[in-house]
Design a protein around this ligand. Structure first.
Ligand code: KIV
Length: 303
């Protein structure tokens, strides 16, 4: 038996979990009803439990984990197996939110059939309820939907295009590029994407697409008119070591909080105040007496 209380045995927010499971069609209902969609990334069991318990509608196992969890300089290095590993942990934690897995760079950039085969792994092996793909990949979107795999599109500043874009740069900054982005979003929706993430684009461009697109838009650095908003959890919590983006509002400073807690622990260990007697296990009295007698006998023999 584990000595550490299991997260699974803790009470969850019961009234929240009486609410129906979020699905891609229910996000569509929210758009129709004018209800805003809340979305966040999560990469492990504990943080996904907290995010789900707080009532977030969509949990994305983002390939941003390459940067904020694995310490890579961009998202390109993370593999399908790594993404599957984290998606499984998140899936075990989440009861209500829609779990979306990011398809990593290289896993859908070749033949459509290869993209479908990789997406099937996310659903079958990790329990993802939708996959997210970057760019206007219309044929792949159609093929995924035909294979019963819900798709979330991702347009604008698509981090997997960092080398082509020459950095993480705001996109669609003129009227022509805005028209092109709108066309791509429409094509994705027509091909069956159930939602589209709009990242790093001017507010006005995102507002127009959100008003015209039949499926929800989820914005990140795309202004308040999107149907929903998503942030990277580590940015929101103040846990990221990356430069802060303009849109990434920080709701906590967990970096300082964790640093202080760890420093305090270290001081207690060095000073001998951790652990205390109350934090120690004890022999039953009879066994303690027996042990004392044995020690005393040994010492007598030695003397
Ligand atoms: O990987 C990620 O976290 C994302 C969000 C920024 C949308 O794609």
């Amino acid at each position: 038996m584990s000595l550490i209380p299991s997260g699974a045995s803790r009470a969850q927010n019961d009234s929240l979990y009486k609410m129906p499971k979020v699905t891609l069609p229910s996000l569509m209902e929210m758009k129709r009803a004018g209800k805003r969609i809340s979305a966040l990334t999560a990469y492990d069991y504990a943080s996904a439990r907290i995010v789900d318990d707080a009532g977030i509608d969509l949990v994305l196992v983002g390939d941003s984990l390459a940067m904020v969890v694995l310490g890579h300089e961009n998202t390109l290095a993370v593999t399908v197996d790594e993404m599957l590993h984290h998606t499984r942990a998140v899936r075990r934690a989440v009861r209500r939110a829609l779990v979306v897995a990011d398809m990593p760079f290289g896993s859908y950039h070749g033949a459509v059939s290869e993209g479908v085969a990789n997406a099937v792994r996310f659903v079958k092996e990790a329990g993802a309820e939708a996959v997210k793909i970057e760019g206007a990949r219309i044929d792949l979107t159609r093929a995924l939907v035909a294979a019963e795999i819900p798709v979330v599109g991702h347009l604008g500043l698509t981090p997997q295009s960092v080398n082509r874009m020459g950095g993480f740069k705001v996109q669609a900054k003129n009227a022509q590029a805005a028209d092109e982005l709108r066309r791509q979003a429409m094509e994705l929706a027509e091909a069956g994407a159930g939602a589209v993430v709009l990242e790093g684009i001017p507010r006005e461009v995102a507002a127009r697409i959100s008003a015209e697109l039949p499926v929800p838009t989820i914005g990140i650095g795309a202004g308040p008119e999107c149907d929903g908003q998503i942030l990277v959890l580590h940015d929101l919590l103040g846990l990221s070591f990356l430069p802060k983006a303009k849109f990434a509002r920080r709701y906590a400073d967990l970096h300082t909080f964790m640093h202080d807690a760890v420093s305090h622990y270290r001081e207690d260990v060095l000073g001998g105040s951790f652990p205390t007697d109350e934090e120690s296990y004890h022999l039953p009295t009879a066994e303690r007496e027996q042990l004392a007698k044995r020690v005393a006998k040994k010492e007598q023999r030695r003397a």
